[in-house]
Design a protein around this ligand. Structure first.
Ligand code: GAL
Length: 453
């Protein structure tokens, strides 16, 4: 069996050369194949299925759910489909997150079923499990054949664990409410040894955030607290599945993440990363630009290249500047994350100790207050390198891996000023350094987010 290489964060193509549309996906193993089911938002489709023997070369199988599958799907939004096989009925059962196609207010799950793994799935119904709101979700089948549906409830405040009926077509009972009020979504579960592991993201829509994991000896029993995993942006991904590769030499676990592009959904890509386990109850995730997987032996190897580039995030906005020469000044503003936009890329240069300079990658220019002004509210511009203190920023640690950046010359700190009118950009200015602890929602806080690609 050849050893194959997965190139993370690139657009993956199927064996016909078409981009793979299987976002928010899940996997199922059958007859030596890995079947991959995921969202397909192209015209008329909803869920597509691909299969592979080596996790690199993916053959398109079928658009297993389309807008024609059922009248309730003609306009719906179908997310995070997961499929499992029911030994008792011999049928394949799919659960997904169902919305009306306009907004996310319905918060329902939907169930579909099929006699073959990649056939046309029949739609049964959509509903709220035991009356609870249900958004991001996953399916998990335990060793004893009991299946669980896990979904975000109560406006995403809680994660619910439901046990399914024997035929997997209905909810039997609500078994557990996990981490009430902690707002976790995008759940993915795996069992390793005597422990279950659950990886989740926070709730920031398409923008990435800090992934966390927990473990438990029983899926319906007590779960541990949540622990950070990966980087503050989980390497610019959101979890969707954990793949188990049971090989002749070892069993490996692959974190499957979606790298959403909030500016262009169709530029979203996928990331497979090896999960490591330091002890029976701890897991960790490192960046790998590519991995090789031998599905026969279970052995994996990761290569990790650093981009040397950063994105600077304030709130959920990413600092950007058009790097072109123009008559006027080039202002720095907050934009929606775009994986393709080069103007959101920065180089962080360390001057000394905790002092840095921030260079716009495309134009090579540095950020500084306009006109060297020490006035509060002065806009931040890009300027050619002059090597002086007004381009130097002191890094002050703030909450949750964020920092505040204080200008060495003016003593004022970066602040993203919210636009007063819709359609206008949030502008970067300098303002008095606040004494707040900072963190993701603080207008003074910056996340220096390494770019993984
Ligand atoms: C994410 C969720 C995705 C999708 C998105 C829409 O939080 O995980 O599946 O629903 O929000 O904004």
């Amino acid at each position: 069996m050849p050893v194959n290489r997965v190139l993370n964060g690139t657009i993956w193509k199927d064996t016909d050369g078409n981009p793979i549309h299987a976002h928010g996906g899940g996997f199922l193993k059958k007859d030596g194949y890995f079947y991959w089911f995921g969202e397909n938002r192209t015209e008329g489709k909803l869920v597509s299925c691909y299969r592979s023997k080596d996790l690199v070369s993916w053959e398109f199988c079928n658009h297993v759910v389309t807008r024609n599958t059922h009248p309730e799907l003609s306009r719906a939004n179908a997310e995070r489909p997961k499929v499992t096989y029911n030994e008792k009925t011999g049928r394949y059962v799919m659960w997904l997150h169902w919305e009306n196609g306009i907004d996310y207010s319905e918060a329902r799950c939907a169930v579909l079923v099929c006699d073959t793994v990649d056939g046309d799935y029949s739609y049964l119904r959509s509903f709220r499990p035991k009356g609870h709101m249900s958004r991001d979700c996953t399916l998990f089948k335990d060793d004893d054949g009991t299946a669980y549906f896990v979904s975000a409830a109560r406006e995403n405040a809680d994660l619910h664990v439901y046990r399914l009926s024997d035929d997997y077509l209905d909810i039997a009972s609500l078994e557990k409410v996990l981490w009430p009020g902690q707002k976790r979504e995008a759940p993915a579960i795996v069992k390793r040894g005597d422990y279950y592991f659950l990886i989740t993201s926070g709730c920031t829509g398409w923008e990435p955030n800090q992934g966390k994991y927990a473990y438990s000896a029983s899926i319906t029993g007590e779960w541990s607290d949540l622990f950070d995993i990966g980087s503050p942006t989980t390497f610019d991904t959101q979890p969707t599945y954990i793949l188990t590769i049971q090989g002749s030499e070892t069993t490996s676990y692959i974190y499957v993440g979606d790298r959403w592009d909030p500016s262009n959904y169709f530029n979203s890509s996928y990331v497979f990363l090896p999960l490591s386990f330091d002890t029976e109850t701890s897991m960790s995730l490192d960046w790998a630009s590519s991995i090789t997987i031998d599905v026969q032996t279970g052995l994996m190897e990761a290569e990790s290249e650093k981009s040397g580039l950063w994105r600077l995030r304030m709130g959920l906005r990413y600092l950007s500047a058009k790097g072109v020469e123009s008559a006027g000044a080039t202002y720095v503003y907050g934009a929606r994350l775009s994986c393709a936009d080069q103007d959101q890329l920065w180089v962080v240069e360390r001057v000394s100790g905790d002092i840095i300079r921030i260079r716009h990658h495309v134009s090579g220019k540095y950020i500084e207050p306009e006109d060297s002004s020490s006035q509060e509210g002065t806009r931040i511009i890009l300027s050619g390198k002059l090597d002086h203190a007004r381009q130097e920023w002191r890094v002050i640690p703030a909450a949750e891996g964020h920092v505040k950046l204080q200008n060495v010359h003016t003593g004022l700190a970066l602040k993203l000023e919210r636009a007063r009118e819709r359609g206008q950009a949030d502008l970067l200015i300098q303002a008095p350094l606040s004494s707040s602890p900072g963190g993701p929602w603080d207008v003074n806080s910056v996340l220096l987010a390494e770019v993984y690609r």
